[in-house]
Ligand binder design. Sequence first.
Ligand code: GLU
Length: 256
Amino acid sequence: MRIAVKIGTSTLTHKTGQLNIRQVENLCRILSDLKNAGHEIIMISSGAIGMGVGKLGLKSRPTDIPGKQAAAAVGQCELMDTYDRLFSVYHHTVAQILLTAADVENEERHANFRNTIFRLLELGALPIINENDTVATEELGIGDNDTLGAIVAVSTDADLLVLLSDIDGLYTADPRRDPTAKRIETVEKLDEKILSLGEGVGSALGTGGMKTKLRAAQIVTGNGIDMIIADGSEPALLYDIVEGKPVGTRFLGKKK
Ligand code: GLU
C-alpha cells in the first residue's frame, strides 16, 4: 500500500514547542516497521515553525509573517535532523522536499516533483514533505499541511491519506466543548451537513483545524482516494489502518 501520512505540529511537539520525544520516537519506529513490511510511506510533516519556536527559545509562536518564516527556517533543519536520526536507527533514509503552491500549479515543476518522489520510492527512501515556509506566505502559499497532504496524496497516486492530529476524528459537534459529541466512523458523502461540522473546530497547536481537514477530504475523495483522520498520540493505530480496521474517521473516496 502507498500511504501518505500527514503529521501535525501537535503530534510532534509539546505546547512548549519542544520535541515530544515519546510520540516522535513511536511514530518513526512504526513507520519504519510499515516500510519493512513492504508499504510505501510518504510523510507530510508540519512542525517547522513549532520546532523553531522551541529551538529559538521564543515564548510563543510568532504571529507576523517574517517571524513565522524565520522560525520555520530554523525549525525545518531541526525537524529533518530529528527524523534523520530516528529513522537511521532502523536503517531508513529520509529525503526532504519543500514545496510551494507555484510548484504544484506549474505543470513542469509538478512533473519534476512526481518524478523525484517516484524515484525516491524506488530507491527505498522516505520522502518527507513540508511547505517551503520561508518563501510561501499564508496568503500566497498552500497555507496548511492538510491541503498539502491532499495535494501530495493525489499527485503521488497514494492509496490512502492519513491525517494524524490532536483530534481522533470528525465529531457531530466540537468534542472539546460538547460532551455529547459523537465521533463519526465513516463519511460516505461530503455534503453540506458534514462540511458544516468543520466550522469552529480548531487545533490547539499548528495552523489547521477541522475545516482544512474537510477540505483535504474533498480533494482526495474526489480523486478516488480514502482519507482517515486519526489520533496522532497513538501512532500504533497505523497498524490497524493498514489492516483495514476502523480507526478515527474514514472518508470514502468516490469510485471513479
Ligand atoms: N508548514 C508549517 C510548519 O511546518 C505547518 C503548516 C500546518 O501545520 O498546516 O510549521
